[in-house]
Each structure stands twice: as C-alpha cells, then as structure tokens.
Design a protein around this ligand. Structure first.
Ligand SMILES: C[S@@+](CC[C@H](N)C(=O)[O-])C[C@H]1O[C@@H](n2cnc3c(N)ncnc32)[C@H](O)[C@@H]1O
Length: 272
C-alpha cells in the first residue's frame, strides 16, 4: 500500500506529518534552494509556496471562477480562499477520502464559494458556470488521458480562460529510454509515493507532445516556466519517507537523478 493511502490515518498521531502533507500533496518550491533545511516543516512551507507561485503566475484576481482538477486535500483552494474574495472554487478529485477531508477542513471565507466534488478529471460533472481558470497541479500524469482532460476543460472554460498545468516534463533527448524507465521503475515510484488512491499508472510526456495535445483540443501553449532547480530540495524529504516506509532506495533515487541532470524537468505550463 502506498504512503498516501495511509496518510489520513497517520495525521491523527503525527502532527508534523499532517503539517507537511495535510494541505498539499506536491513538491516544494524554494526561491533559493540552498536555504532548504530538510525538515518536514520547511517542506510544508515550500509546498505552500509552490501553490502561491502557481496562483501568481496565473495572475488570479478577486471574483473569478476556478477549477482545481485533482485537488487532493484542497491545499491550493485553501490558499485561494484565504487570499482572495468572491471566488467560485471547484475542486475535483477521484478519491472520496481526500474530498471528504477537504470539505471538513476548508471552510469558505471572504465571500468565496467552494465545492469539492468526487469525480474523475477526465469525466467532469456539469458545472453551472464556465471557468476563468483550470488548474491541474502535479496530477495530470495520473489522469487516464491528457487529451480527454484538455477536451473536458475546453468545454468548461471561458474563451478567455487559462489552463495551468504543473508537471514533470521529459527532455526529448531521453524519450526512448524514458519509455523503458517509466514502465519498469517510475510507475512503481509514483504509486509507492502517492499510493494507489492517488494513482495506479503514470505517464510523463515532453513539451512537443503537450503542444500536440493542445493543438488537438483548441488550446495554445502560452508559457513554460522551468522551476526544476527550485524543487530539488523536495527529494531530500520525500526520499527519506520512501526509504523509511518501503525500503526502496532505487526508485527513491531514480527520479531525483533524472531531475538533477535536467532529463526530467519540473515545469509550470500555461495554456490559453
Ligand atoms: C500528487 S497529488 C496532487 C494533489 C493536489 N493537486 C495538490 O497539489 O496537492 C495527485 C492527485 O491527483 C488525484 N487524481 C489521480 N487521478 C485522478 C483523476 N483521474 N481525476 C481526479 N483526480 C485524480 C489523486 O487522488 C491525488 O489527489
């Protein structure tokens, strides 16, 4: 069983763990990576800073409608709720346990509306309003299909709307080798790390493939922001958890090494 499958139960006994993973289930962002100190508390701040960066990059303002697909425990929605007013926020997640926790923990403030829905991001429910923004933060690789997700978002996004994806992007130099690595090692790493409630299968792609999906679904890739260097300290924290819990040193180090050599890059993609 994956680490994240047992997370909610562990939160009750371990406050530091809840602080680190109770809001966000994604990598941390350090403006100056050398300042990272390797603790769960420091990681929690960095994870919040990543959501903050996504919000700033998207140029979100008061009064807009936002879909957070694969919202997890709703950390980004929580930050939006604290920072802005008159927002219509919809979080969608495939795992009902995460949805229930998000509903329990995050209460609307600042005249914001919040709904958390248990659904597949590739089979979105009917929304009453179109969205100004759709976000998929470190989760699209687990969705059944990027193309179907883009199509679903297109149907629900205003024509002026933006789709913001945070994902691991494969360097084209290694795309052949990557297919092998992904099947043999990476799927195991991600499933072990996030747990089967988060994902059973992962698929990482390169920028060219993203551009193709965008063209096929009526989007245009507007901007790519590479923050690979800024997320590196995450591995120090995450790898220890994987080794402690699964004794799986090879998979723990695998993604880190690829990422250190920029063969796989952590990026924010903005589509119009
Ligand atoms: C790494 S977590 C990221 C969670 C959240 N975006 C965050 O940044 O904290 C990946 C999330 O994607 C969700 N997920 C996986 N497949 C999904 C799908 N088909 N539809 C909706 N959510 C999905 C998982 O349950 C998990 O919460």
């Amino acid at each position: 069983m994956g680490y994240f499958d047992t997370l909610i139960d562990k939160f009750a006994k371990d406050q530091e763990l809840e602080q680190a993973f109770g809001k966000h289930i994604h990598w941390g962002y350090w403006e100056i990576p050398s300042t990272a100190i390797g603790t769960l508390t420091d990681f929690a701040i960095a994870a919040n800073n990543l959501s903050q960066l996504v919000i700033q990059t998207a140029q979100i303002t008061d009064g807009v409608t936002i879909l957070d697909a694969g919202c997890g425990f709703g950390g980004t929605i929580s930050l939006l709720n604290e920072s802005f007013s008159n927002l219509n926020l919809s979080g969608v997640n495939i795992d009902n346990a995460q949805v229930e926790r998000a509903r329990e923990v995050i209460k609307p403030q600042n005249n914001n509306n919040i709904q958390f829905i248990n659904a597949d991001a590739c089979d979105l429910p009917d929304f009453r309003e179109s969205f100004d923004y759709a976000i998929a933060l470190e989760c699209i690789f687990a969705f059944p299909s990027r193309k179907i997700f883009f199509q679903q978002v297109r149907k629900n996004l205003k024509s002026s709307g933006r789709l913001i994806i945070v994902d691991f992007i494969i360097n084209p130099q290694i795309s052949q080798f990557w297919s092998w690595f992904e099947i043999k090692i990476l799927s195991r790493l991600i499933t072990d790390t996030y747990g089967s409630k988060a994902t059973n299968l992962v698929k990482f792609i390169g920028i060219k493939e993203y551009e193709k999906v965008a063209n096929q679904t009526g989007f245009k890739l507007e901007k790519v922001i590479d923050i690979n260097k800024n997320v590196q300290p995450t591995y120090r924290v995450i790898n220890k958890l994987i080794v402690d819990n699964f004794n799986d040193w090879i998979t723990a180090k695998g993604l880190e090494i690829f990422s250190q050599f920029n063969l796989i890059n952590y990026q924010i993609l903005i589509f119009q």
